[in-house]
Design a protein around this ligand. Structure first.
Ligand code: BT5
Length: 247
């Protein structure tokens, strides 16, 4: 897969920039935008992604509509697989690295990376898929003393090294590109299978909070469409499509 990369010192949000330019037809699938700082970095459900200038790798990718809209969650799983491989190359040791459903990457149970996938339509009604990725690079413990939902970590806190986020981008584009190419050649049935292997979730007792509802159970599988299947006991199974997972 070929990427066309745009770099900015500061944007409100790389997802916003990509969306605005894609909707108006100024950029094509394969466009990637990276910013050293976001004044309004977004997480899921209206939450914020916080990172000081040059502390994190923050980028968004405009993707071909590779899957039907109902399978958008799979794009998040696929991007997580690419990020997992790229991070593994940076830190060398994957024993503490885990994927957390739906789209987080944790090291030693602390959040290292988060992914936000969105879809929209261009002015001439083409479907657009946008994947936004935040990876903590140079932060120290003090940077994560605020109000974070999950304890957080950075590559620097793991390896002791500092890096230029922009210089890390090619490694991650290569590893994500590898999985996007596989999607085109092999279809998508392997994505959830490989994702669950890297998550170590099968058989784990977890709780998923979705709005006011909390569901606790044992993880049986991730369905091919990215939904989580929980065994609640006494033969009851529940399929969960969105929410926050804790274990
Ligand atoms: C995510 O949301 O984890 C998706 C984050 C996606 C960010 C990228 S950066 C490039 C692109 N442009 C954007 O505007 N966004 C994307 P969620 O699962 O909702 O997690 C958000 C929560 O994580 C927040 O409510 C905080 O508690 C916490 N958080 C915020 N910044 C963090 C950080 N740097 N590291 C770890 N946790 C953080």
């Amino acid at each position: 897969m070929e990427f066309q990369v745009y770099h900015f010192d500061s944007l409100d949000s790389t997802n916003n920039w990509l969306k605005q330019n894609a909707v108006q037809g100024f950029i094509k699938p394969g466009a990637v935008v990276q910013a050293n700082f976001q004044s309004d970095g977004r997480g899921r459900l209206g939450r914020k992604w916080e990172s000081k200038s040059e502390d994190g790798l923050m980028f968004s990718m405009l993707l071909e509509p590779l899957l039907p809209e109902s399978l958008l969650p799979l794009i998040g799983l696929l991007i997580s697989l690419g990020m997992f491989d790229g991070i593994a190359k940076e830190i060398g040791d994957t024993s503490q690295l885990k994927l957390r459903w739906p789209n987080d990457i944790l090291y030693d149970n602390k959040k290292l990376s988060g992914i936000l996938c969105e879809s929209t339509h261009s002015d001439d009604d083409k479907k657009l898929t946008i994947a936004g990725i935040g990876l903590n690079v140079n932060q120290t413990t003090a940077d994560f003393e605020g109000d974070f939902r999950t304890p957080a970590t950075s590559l620097h806190m793991i390896t002791g090294k500092r890096s230029s986020p922009a210089k890390l981008l090619p490694t991650f584009l290569q590893s994500i590109g590898f999985y996007l190419d596989r999607l085109e050649t092999e279809g998508w049935s392997w994505v959830s299978r490989e994702w669950i292997e890297c998550s170590g979730l099968t058989g784990e007792h977890v709780e998923v909070a979705d709005g006011n509802q909390r569901i606790a159970g044992i993880v049986e599988e991730i369905r091919v469409d990215g939904a989580l299947v929980l065994n609640l006991g006494r033969g009851v199974r529940r399929t969960v499509r969105s929410g926050e997972l804790s274990s």
